[in-house]
Structure formats: C-alpha cells, structure tokens
Ligand binder design. Structure first.
Ligand code: 5GP
Length: 198
C-alpha cells in the first residue's frame, strides 16, 4: 500500500474517486464487481477484514482478511477501520489506510460494504459515489439465495430479513441498479463507474 506511486496526471486530477457498492446477498453484487474490475483496470478493490469463517474457495487476502473477534476489536481500538459493522453476526471492516493511500495516489477505490458501512463512509467522504444493487423482487432474491446452495434455510431467512432492512435504506445511494437481466445490469453498473471517472 505504501509503495503506490501516483501517476502525474492523477496528481493533477487531485486524487481518485471512492465508489461504495451495497446490495442484499443474492442481488448479484459480486458478479457486477468482478465485471467492474475487468472493465476498469485502474480501479482498486478494497479487501475487507472479517471475523466470518472462510467459505469454500475463498482465499485469505483475495476475498477477505480473516481474523479472530479479538483481533478485529483490537483494530477498532486502534482506529484501523474507515468503517466497520456487524453483519449477519460477524464483524466486517474496511482499512482506513488502504483507502487513504490509494486515493492519495490518484487511484479509484471500490468498496463492497453493507448499508451501515456506506452510511459511515458518506460521513467521512461525502463525495463518495454510492451504488445500491437489488434483485427485481424479494421472491427472485429468495430463489437466488436458495439456488446458490451456500446457506442453510435459517441463514437464508436471516439474509432475507436483512435484505428488507437494506432495501429500506436505498434512498441514501446516488444510484440504484436493478439486476433483472445480468448483462444489462453489468452494462449499467460499468457505465456509472466509467461516467464518474471520465
Ligand atoms: P459475505 O459474508 O456474504 O461476504 O458479506 C456479507 C455482507 O457484508 C455483504 O453485504 C458485504 O457487502 C458486507 N461487507 C463486506 N465487507 C464489508 C466491510 O468491510 N464493511 C461493511 N460494513 N460491510 C462489509
């Protein structure tokens, strides 16, 4: 992080843009974020720290930094997190240093965080570009969560409840992308990011 050198034109532009993406689980956010990273090579993805256990296929440092609850709470005490929240019974946080270093180097930074975290980021970075992604209906969301086969019925129930609470806050976001057709949603999402960085 500390060895990131700014390109000259980035310095003239006065730093990078901060993008915040939130979505209920199952809305297709991960797919859209992967498409964004493939289409915008200058975009830097912030890897969060969490106390959640890794799921199959997840890698330390690529998907998350996995830590114990004690380590996470120590991070709160030390002021390491630009924002943090408890989501579905686990802690999640964004490194303040990571954001600051990359924005100062003129790089655009993408945060994939929940609604509580987005609210905290907007307090510190009122110019952050916020995007909320949602499924076309609660029924479709439930179908997607069930079909991906990652979670138990109990966890799906909890995620659906959480989704309702998150959707209720969508007015806080600058953009809302409804993911009814994946290609169309990718196109709209990437266009928003490109438009904001042009
Ligand atoms: P999952 O455990 O399914 O990867 O993520 C659960 C939720 O936590 C998602 O809504 C995701 O956006 C959110 N999340 C991931 N990282 C962070 C973070 O650093 N801060 C906050 N506030 N939420 C996060």
């Amino acid at each position: 992080m500390t060895d990131v050198m700014p390109a000259d034109n980035d310095v003239e532009n006065g730093g990078g843009r901060l993008f915040v993406v939130s979505a209920p689980s199952g809305a297709g956010k991960t797919t859209l974020c992967v498409a964004a990273r493939n289409n915008l090579p200058r975009l830097v993805y912030s890897v969060s720290t969490t106390t959640r256990r890794p799921r199959g296929g997840e890698q330390e440092g690529r998907d998350y930094f996995f830590v114990s609850e004690a380590q996470f709470i120590e991070g709160i005490r030390k002021g390491l997190w630009a924002e943090w929240a408890k989501v579905h019974d686990n802690y999640y946080g964004t490194s303040a240093r990571f954001i600051e270093d990359h924005l100062a180097a003129g790089r655009d930074v993408l945060l994939d965080i929940d609604v509580q975290g987005a609210g905290q980021i907007l307090k510190h970075y009122p110019d952050a570009v916020t995007i909320f992604i949602m499924a076309p209906s609660m029924a479709v969301l439930c179908q997607r969560l069930t079909a991906r086969g990652l979670d138990s019925a109990e966890v799906i129930h909890k995620r659906m409840k959480n989704a309702e609470a998150e959707i209720a806050k969508k007015a806080m976001y600058r953009y809302v992308v409804v993911n009814d057709d994946l290609d169309a949603a990718i196109h709209r999402f990437v266009s928003i990011l490109k438009g904001e960085t042009a």
